[in-house]
Design a protein. Structure first.
Length: 242
C-alpha cells in the first residue's frame, strides 16, 4: 500500500483525534475491500502510524473498529491482521446476507412510500448509466459502478424501518464485496448479465411483489457466490498469506 498523508479541515482540538481515527479507519477499510490489503496480511500499528502521520492510539482505535465490522482480526500474541477468507465463510456470508437483506427488502416493500420507490428508480437508472467493467480491462470493475451498485442495493432496503437490520446488512455487504473483488479477474471470460439480475429485482419491487423481489434478490446473491467460487484458486492463494 502506497504511503499517504491524512489532512483535515478546521475543527477544535476535541474533533481532531476523532477525525484522524475515522480517516485511518476509512482508508484501511477501502484498502481491505479493494484487496490492496490481502486476507491474512499483518497490520503493523507502528508502520501504519508512520505512513499516515498519526498517533499509535489513532491507528489502534481504527483497527479496533474494523475488528467490530469483521474486516480485521485481533490476537493478543499476533496483533492485528486482515480477516482471512474461505469458501465456507463465503457460503455463510451469502446465506446470511440472503436472510438479512431479504427480510429488509420484504419490509421495505411493505412499508415504503412513493418517495422510497422513486429513490430506488433513481439509483437503478444511475447504476445503468455506467459500465460494469473497464472496456480495455474486463477483469476490473469500473469504480463508479461499484459506488453506484452499493447505493442501489442500499436504496432497495432503506424503508425497512430498522437501523439494526440495516447495520447488519451493511456489514454483510462489505464482506461480500471483498470476496467479489478477490475473484473478479478469474470471472472475466464467463458471461453474466448483472443488469438483467438487477432488473428482475426492480421489476418485482415496482409491482410490490414481495415474494418475487426476495426470490430475485436471493438468486442475484447466489449467482455472485457462484462467480466468486470460480476464483477459488485466487481465494486459496491469498488465504495463507501473512
Amino acid at each position: 500500500m502506497e504511503s499517504v498523508g491524512l489532512s483535515f479541515g478546521g475543527g477544535g482540538t476535541e474533533e481532531r483525534p476523532r477525525s484522524l481515527t475515522s480517516a485511518v479507519q476509512e482508508r484501511l477499510r477501502a484498502d481491505i475491500l479493494a484487496t490492496r490489503l490481502l486476507p491474512g496480511q499483518k497490520l503493523h500499528i507502528a508502520g501504519l502510524a508512520k505512513q499516515f502521520s498519526v498517533s499509535l492510539a489513532a491507528v489502534r482505535e481504527a483497527l479496533s473498529r474494523l475488528v467490530a465490522d469483521g474486516l480485521v482480526q485481533a490476537s493478543d500474541q499476533r496483533g492485528f491482521r486482515v480477516s482471512p477468507v474461505s469458501l465456507a465463510d463465503l457460503a455463510d456470508v451469502t446465506q446470511t446476507r440472503i436472510d438479512i437483506e431479504g427480510l429488509a427488502l420484504r419490509r421495505s416493500i411493505e412499508r415504503g412510500d412513493a418517495c422510497w420507490l422513486n429513490a430506488v428508480e433513481a439509483a437503478w437508472e444511475a447504476l445503468k448509466a455506467v459500465p460494469y467493467r473497464y472496456p480495455d480491462d474486463p477483469g476490473v470493475h469500473y469504480e463508479e459502478w461499484v459506488v453506484r451498485h452499493r447505493v442501489f442495493h442500499r436504496a432497495l432496503v432503506n424503508a425497512c424501518g430498522s437501523q439494526w437490520l440495516l447495520g447488519f446488512r451493511d456489514v454483510l455487504h462489505e464482506q461480500s464485496e471483498r470476496y467479489r473483488r478477490l475473484a473478479l479477474r478469474r470471472q472475466a471470460d464467463k458471461p453474466r448479465d448483472v443488469e438483467a439480475e438487477h432488473a428482475a429485482i426492480v421489476d418485482a419491487v415496482r409491482k410490490r411483489d414481495v415474494d418475487a423481489a426476495v426470490a430475485a434478490l436471493a438468486r442475484h446473491f447466489s449467482v455472485t457466490m457462484e462467480f466468486v467460487e470460480l476464483g477459488a484458486p485466487r481465494i486459496a492463494e491469498v488465504s495463507g498469506k501473512t
